[in-house]
Every structure is written in structure tokens, then in C-alpha cells.
Design a protein around this ligand. Sequence first.
Ligand SMILES: *Cc1c(COP(=O)(O)O)cnc(C)c1O
Length: 393
Amino acid sequence: MALSFGRDIFMTPGPSVIPDAVLNAMHRPAPNIYEGELVDMTTSIFADLKTIVGTKGDVIMYICNGHGAWEAALSNVLQPGDKTLNPATGSFAHGWAELAKNMGIFPEILEFGKSSAIDPNQVESRLRADTSHEIKAVMATHTDTSSGLRNDIPALRAAMDAAGHPALLLVDCVASIGCERFEMDNWGVDVMVTACQKGLMTPPGLAYVFFNDKAGKIATTTPKTSPYWDWAPRVKAEYFYHRFFGTAPTHHLFGQRAALDIIMSEGIENIWNRHRVFAHSIAAAAEKWASDGPLYFNIKNPAQRSNAVTTLLADGLDCAPLRQWCEDQSGLTLGLLIGFDAFTSGFRIGHMGHLNPPMVLGALATIDAGLKALNIPHGDGALAAASQVIANS
Ligand SMILES: *Cc1c(COP(=O)(O)O)cnc(C)c1O
């Protein structure tokens, strides 16, 4: 029987739940795009974004998704013929490498599979072997949204430093900003890309590239193939219009401002803690489910599990009916698998952004009910374990 006539709950790993305050902020007439409120507000968006990612560097806002930001970052600091080192822990690393290849860059994949993190020692030895410094950049993913894995970016930086290699460190933080601890300058990240529709809680359509002085200097000497992605005219924009290489994404800006108001009032440390508690609560439930039956964690090592997304597998079991049951009967949308051979033999729970205990516990209870309704074997005690984590927080 369909019981789904309340508010739908969205727990896919992007896009994520859009707060009412963000939707309401976007519901307004068109603003003046040349001067006044919009211009001042945008300046405050840049400032707050830099605060939450921990950088004194520059940020460019593009009207695009994360894939656009991938291309924007590469086209400013690399050129056709350049080599990069791409430690891979899931499908997003491969996606970014593929895009690089299509731009004439030569990415070298260092494969770590789909369920374990980057081994910094292997990165260090590969960089040490590159004595002529042909590798211009190391391209890494912070949280891999397909595998549910979080890479240790400071350890990667330390490996690059230990090798004494000058390559730039480029990090994909599309899934992690606003969910997982990230400190751009302290961690020595040269270029970081993210987008607005995950931890930043805004409808898809804005993406950001952050860069430090080192990357900014390299960008000034990179022969540019794309005027649209070029950082230069946007950083030194004389008019507001130039910041976006055209019309500003007016309503997205109002939405992003409202989302940042929520973020700034909660405080980024609290946000990281809240995501950690929810991830642990979900993991506690999943440990119990996995104690009997086909479900298991893709990431075995709890220290390598993301606080933004959890990937559960079930070899040989089609999980599409479970996702469908949750969505159609109960109004809970879960993520399907990406980057695995069978799309259906597992599912992903996104736990990014605008979430509280009733949403998380309600989602877990709904999945638990779905397992029971579909007679999928699973261990007992998931809900008690999940609520205990919330109680202990
Ligand atoms: C979502 C995501 C992307 C892609 O972002 P789009 O906006 O879908 O282009 C890239 N990298 C990671 C880690 C992501 O989670």
C-alpha cells in the first residue's frame, strides 16, 4: 500500500535536498544585473565560499555543473601534450581523466580499485621516478561518490612533498564541500573544483574553481584554448558582467546566498560534525543489515568511508525493487550504483547537506521496512543501532 503522501525525502548523492529558504529566495522577479543588490550579494558569496573551503586564493564561479568545472580547471593550468598522474578510487577519477584525455592531455591512471583509498606511498614512488618532472599535475578525488570512499588529501600532499615534485595538486571536491572537512590552504591544494548541488544545497547550475597563487601564475602562461573557461578576464573583471563572461546566473545567486546563510549560521565545523554523526548512524544500521544476508559495505575500512555517501553492495541481488519500493511506497529516493558492473546489485545513500535526525532515521527505517516487505534477508537491530549513534552525539 502506498504510504507516500507526505513530504518526499531525497537521499541521493547529488543533487541533494534543497532547503525551503533556498527555494523561496529564488522565487522572485528578475533583478538588475548591472549594479545594486545582486552585485554586492555576489561579492559576499565569493567571500563566504572562500571561508568555508579555507582559502585565501581566488575563486571563479561558472554557470555549469561539476563536469564544466573539471574542464575549466584543466584548461587553465594544463595544455595539450602535458602529462598528469591520476590516482583512481572510483568512477569520478576515471571520468576526470577521460575528460583530460579528450583535451589532449596524457593522464596516467594509478589504479586503487573501487573499495580502497589512494596509497600515498605509491604516488610518492611514481613521482620520484619522474626525475624530469614531466608530470604537471596530480588529479585526485576527495570523496568518490560512486564508491563511497574518502581519500586522505593531506597524506597525498605529504607524498608529493616527500618526492620533492613540483606538480600541481588538483582536487575534485564536488561531493565533499559542505559535508566533509576540507582545508584548501592548510592542506596544500593548488586547485579545487566543486559544484553547488551537493553540500552547497542549491539546484544544479553553478560550479566553482578555487586556485592559489602557484596555479594562478601557471595559468597566466598556459596557452588558452577556451576563452569561456579562462580565469584571467573573470578574476580581473572590471564590470560585474565580466565575472560570468556574460549574464549572471541571477536566481541561482539568490539561492546560493540563502544556502550560504544557512551554512554560515550553523558553522562549518558543526556541519562537518553533523555529517559525521549521520554517516556513523547510517553505518551502524548498515553493519546490522550486513550481519546476515547479501548486503555489505563497499568500503571495508570505516576510516576510509565518506561522511557524504554510503555505497552498499549485494552480490547477485537486484536492488532496483528495493529502491522502487522506497520511492513509490514511501516517498524516499535512494541513489543507484554507478561505476560498478551491475547497476542494480546495490544502492547508494546520499547524506549530504540539509538533513536532520528525523530525515536520516526515517530513511533508515524506510529501507528497513523495504527489506522486510521484499523478503530480503538482513540482520536485526539496525534502527536501534542507528538511533544509539544519534543519542550518543
Ligand atoms: C557529482 C560529482 C561530479 C560531477 O558533477 P556534475 O555536476 O554531475 O557534473 C564530479 N565529481 C564528484 C566527486 C561528484 O560527486
